[in-house]
Design a protein around this ligand. Structure first.
Ligand SMILES: [Zn+2]
Length: 357
């Protein structure tokens, strides 16, 4: 990295990158698109948020609202087709752009790499992940039967959301705000999928119960105070790593339910999120921190919400959903592990609308 180009974080430099032509049958691609010659005005952070790949990739592109969207991938996928991955992008990008009332102002690129994990009778492992970058996101997935299309759909909803939560709303202290940048991102990934009929009400609750509530309540670090989540712990231990995703998602669900209840369905957590976004877009050096968030809490829910923020996020207490579940949902606790279930009397269509609203 040519770090010496930048005196400070706000410095930008005009950078020109030239690539040699790829070998026959190979392609080159970057977050700037397919061009071999790139000129861009970038800050250091933006330069760190670029990706460049070359080799035996397949490149797909389509046009959406006067911008080109690219997907580059390679290998023979066992669980899905390239077209199915493209279809996820075609559904997800417009849905999220519409939610944030945003638009693409440059080509957008997505890369998907297959990784090898053994999949035999005795050894079944898989993983998938990604990172939101400048006008792009990158992703990888095990190429074995463990990774299903629905996981990729979640991942793409999550990574694309980082364009706003993480990139526009930048954390002031990285892992100290992961409860927001990862937890709220995950909550919105599922909420928007529910709203856009990419998952069913049952899928939505299944995820909350099986992938969030159950593992969270069984985690040895479930009540770790937020201040003790260090970079070192986050990256070295799976339980610490998962903590802000689960805690943040549950807290987002709580706030969303509380705001909907207080405003009789006329407002939701969406309003608070969009307020933050407007604030970030208005000021050039916006950083997301706990003061900024508490101001929003005060606006929507008053001082009691700030006390709860201290209890549930800063101190790490387990969330009490008893009072705050939307009508139609019930809390059922078995062996100290709560699950959110649909009340037998509930109208499922109305409930799905309410949760996705
Ligand atoms: Zn993330």
């Amino acid at each position: 990295m040519p770090e010496n180009l930048f005196q400070s974080d706000s410095d930008s430099a005009r950078i020109e990158i030239n690539w040699a032509a790829p070998a026959a049958g190979h392609i080159f691609h970057s977050n700037f698109g397919p061009g071999l010659r790139q000129k861009a005005n970038l800050t250091k952070d933006m330069l760190y948020s670029t990706f460049f790949i070359g080799g035996d990739f397949r490149r797909y592109s389509y046009s959406w609202k006067n911008q080109t969207i690219y997907l580059v991938t390679r290998g023979n996928w066992s669980s899905f087709t390239d077209q199915q991955v493209l279809d996820i992008l075609k559904a997800t990008i417009p849905a999220q752009m519409d939610f944030w009332k945003d638009r693409l102002d440059a080509p957008f690129s997505v890369s998907l790499l297959p990784t090898f994990e053994e999949w035999t009778d005795s050894s079944k492992s898989y993983s998938l992940g990604g990172s939101g970058l400048l006008n792009s996101f990158i992703s990888f997935s095990s190429n074995n039967p463990g990774t299903e299309l629905k996981m990729l759909r979640w991942l793409y909803n999550h990574e694309l959301l980082h364009r706003w939560i993480g990139q526009t709303l930048v954390n002031e202290e990285e892992e100290k705000q992961y409860w927001f940048s990862e937890g709220f991102t995950d909550y919105y990934a599922y909420k928007l999928m529910l709203r856009n009929n990419q998952i069913s009400l049952e899928d939505f609750l299944d995820v909350i119960n099986k992938e969030v509530l159950a593992p969270h309540y069984q985690s040895p670090v479930r009540t770790l105070p937020n201040s003790e989540l260090t970079q070192q712990k986050f990256w070295s231990d799976r339980q610490y790593n998962k903590l802000p995703y689960r805690r943040g998602l549950l807290y987002a669900l709580l706030l969303d339910s509380q705001i909907k209840k207080k405003y009789h369905g006329k407002k939701s957590l969406d309003n608070l999120m969009k307020n933050l976004m407007a604030q970030a877009k208005k000021s050039g050096d916006f950083k997301f921190n706990h003061t900024v968030f508490q101001d929003q809490l005060d606006t929507y829910l008053g001082s009691a919400a700030i006390t709860e923020f201290g209890r549930y996020i800063l101190h790490g207490n387990l969330i009490n959903f008893e009072e705050s579940l939307p009508a139609g949902l019930l809390l059922e606790t078995q062996k100290d592990i709560p699950a959110i279930i649909i009340s037998p009397l509930a109208n499922k269509k109305k409930l799905a609308d309410l949760l996705g609203k």
